[in-house]
Design a protein around this ligand. Structure first.
Ligand code: ASC
Length: 152
């Protein structure tokens, strides 16, 4: 294998540190954690939305665009959770206190959504619009269920 450029090795090292750090140490300030999870949700909504628009027939179906966007949405669906750290229930957030008082329920809803995003990504990799259509509904429902319960 060709040796990696120093900058690339550095980025990989930084990424592996970020993923293995305890959640609280990932963020210098509570606002940073809030911004991080909001950014991840915004990006996820955008990439999921592009696939949902094709499933709804609002934009022409393009199998590669659907697969790429569903894969991004699946990856993004893993990111918000480490940012729900202590002390981030107030400030510029619509997160409900139930996230922390009913942690198991929140975790279950978050994992349900990640599972549905995974199934959507799998359907999109297969390139079949009907399979994508079948997966979009349950995925959107899992977004909504969590927002209804845990979002102001
Ligand atoms: C989205 C989004 C959600 C869900 C939900 C579906 O695109 O951001 O939270 O779909 O609105 O009902």
């Amino acid at each position: 294998m060709k040796p990696l450029k120093p900058v690339v090795s550095l980025m990989l090292a930084a990424a592996s540190v970020a993923l293995s750090l305890p959640a609280a140490a990932q963020f210098a300030k509570p606002e940073d954690a809030i911004r991080y999870r909001q950014s991840a949700m915004t990006l996820m909504q955008n990439h999921f939305g592009r696939v949902a628009a094709m499933a709804a027939g609002r934009v022409p179906f393009d199998a590669k665009v659907a697969a790429d966007n569903a894969a991004l949405a699946e990856t993004l669906s893993k990111l918000p959770w480490s940012a729900f750290v202590e002390g981030t229930d107030k400030g510029a957030t619509k997160a409900k206190p139930e996230i922390w008082s009913q942690e198991a329920r929140f975790k279950e809803a978050a994992e349900k959504m990640q599972g549905e995003m995974g199934r959507l990504a799998q359907a999109a990799r297969g390139g079949n619009l009907d399979a994508i259509k079948s997966a979009v509904g349950p995925t959107a429902a899992s977004c909504k269920a969590c927002h209804d319960a845990f979002w102001k």
